[in-house]
Design a protein around this ligand. Structure first.
Ligand code: NDP
Ligand code: 8X3
Length: 253
């Protein structure tokens, strides 16, 4: 049966792959991101290919007023959301904590932690009409283990891990499933963003091994969200076979 899926960060990487996977299942999609041009192209491609309804919302998750305005603008017949994918996020920089760039810190904390909270609070009332409401938070292996120069990014993903557990408890009485998917190294635009457009530094991250692809994560999200109503996956850590932990990648160069 068709569901309504709200995905943050649908312009790239995991969010875009999730949009494609849910579109292939003929669901209705609400796709969000800051890059309006990409959102519109993406929506046109999916409408054309799958003949589905798509609503696009263009805002920055760090801006709490913009989040509220965007969610308030959702038309009446779309205000029954079944699945929220809290995916928008980033790492900015890779520095020792004592050398850290405070603007990078603010951006990561504001996006990965506060943005996820603003979205969740505003979407919560729209989940209550669903027969099987589900929130999937995209965490990270960086939210399970810290690594050198990962400091603040890791802290934000540890926060996502904690908030996932907290949501599961606080929303229990409303029958909302809350799951976390925590991937290891995946080749998306993540490293290009982290290294601020330095494409060589970004490519170097994935040299010598097979990283995860965005579709691997989308497949997992689809599986988690299609389980029977009485079954919830609390947490799923997904790693490339060649990566044992953030600091241990078997590279053949
Ligand atoms: P991408 O850079 O490919 O995608 C990130 C998405 O987040 C984009 O669609 C971007 O959209 C959106 N986004 C970023 N900042 C904001 C903002 N302030 N407001 C609204 N949207 C925003 O990276 P990934 O797909 O890899 O990352 C998705 C999630 O997965 C992140 O939370 C990341 O931390 C996590 N993750 C990534 C891993 C990896 O190795 N790639 C591993 C584990 C977790 P736009 O720029 O258009 O706003
Ligand atoms: C991204 C994975 O290991 O680069 O969340 O931090 S890692």
């Amino acid at each position: 049966m068709s569901k309504t899926i709200f995905i943050t960060g649908a312009t790239s990487g995991f969010g875009k792959a999730c949009a494609h996977a849910f579109a292939a299942g003929h669901n209705r999609l609400i796709l969000t991101g800051r890059r309006a041009d990409r959102l519109e192209i993406e929506a046109s491609v999916l409408r054309e290919k799958y003949n589905i309804e798509i609503l696009t919302l263009n805002f920055d998750v760090r801006d709490r007023d913009a989040v509220k305005l965007a969610v308030d603008s959702i038309p009446g017949d779309w205000r029954n959301i079944d699945i929220l994918i809290n995916n928008a996020g980033l790492a900015a920089g890779s520095d020792l904590i004592q050398d850290g760039n405070m603007d990078d810190w603010e951006q990561m904390i504001d996006t990965n932690v506060k943005g996820l909270l603003y979205i969740t609070k505003n979407i919560f009332p729209l989940l209550l009409q669903s027969k099987c409401p589900h929130i999937v938070n995209i965490g990270s292996i960086a939210g399970k283990e810290v690594y050198a120069k990962g400091n603040v990014y890791c802290a934000t993903k540890f926060a996502v891990d904690a908030l996932t557990r907290a949501m599961r408890i606080d929303m229990l009485a409303h029958g909302i499933k809350v799951s976390q998917v925590a991937p290891g190294a995946a080749e998306t635009e993540f490293s290009q963003v982290r290294f601020k457009g330095d494409l060589d530094a970004a490519a170097n991250v994935y040299k010598g091994f097979s990283p995860l692809q965005a579709e691997d994560i989308a497949n997992a999200v689809i599986w988690i969200t299609e389980l029977p109503a009485h079954v919830n996956i609390n947490d799923m850590v997904i790693m490339p076979t060649a990566q044992a932990s953030p600091g241990y990648v078997h590279k053949v160069l």
